[in-house]
Design a protein around this ligand. Sequence first.
Ligand code: HEC
Length: 203
Amino acid sequence: MKAWQKTFILIYGLVSIALLIVNAAAQSRDRRVEAIRNYRTWAKGNDKPLYLEPSVGARCAGPLPEDLKPNPHVPRYFTVYVNETGRKAFFAKDDATFPSGSVIVKEKYPAIRRAHGAYSAPDFSATPELLTVMIKHDPGYDKANGDWEFFACDGNGNPMRGSVKHCQACHQRTASPTHVFRYYVPSPTSQSLRAFANLLSQI
Ligand code: HEC
């Protein structure tokens, strides 16, 4: 085989592999976008947007600089949405296993700026600046993390790249096999309230 033929085969092979990788990444992105499409029509975990503890807000966050070092003068609020598959386990009185296909989205948004530097609580129509998402997969996907996939998205639902180790580590601190905090639901369990209080005293 001539040298130019070898070079051609090599380049062809490398380009094909690169395309396969790009394609796989795009598919995983599309799958995530699809999983949270229309999430605002799902059940809400809280009956009004709730004040987000700044220490939690800076951590239950994506890789953007503003997420990691949020402007401390602007209060943030959150709302959690759960899809139909996860609804029963999410509102259960005790820890219940979330079925595969459950999806939970937490929205973060800033308070509304009023005159003279005052702020007031936003309503559910507020524009999110960040979404943090958990998707439940089949048993064996990631046992140590309750088989949840974690990722963050911008406010328009575009997944962001970045490590999710911090997500997994903190959600293990729910001290619950569900890995879901859900202390903010209308009737929280005493265990979920305790886990949140513990977390706040440690971060
Ligand atoms: C330092 C702890 C911490 C880290 C790190 C963290 N979270 Fe959270 N997360 C919380 C707490 C506490 C709540 C409950 C709502 C609240 O108080 O903000 C929560 C709520 C959620 C919820 C709603 C379901 C629930 O557990 O109640 C989702 C979804 C979520 N986080 C995803 C993520 C993702 C994705 C990441 C990483 C990008 C992440 N979290 C990182 C503490 C954390």
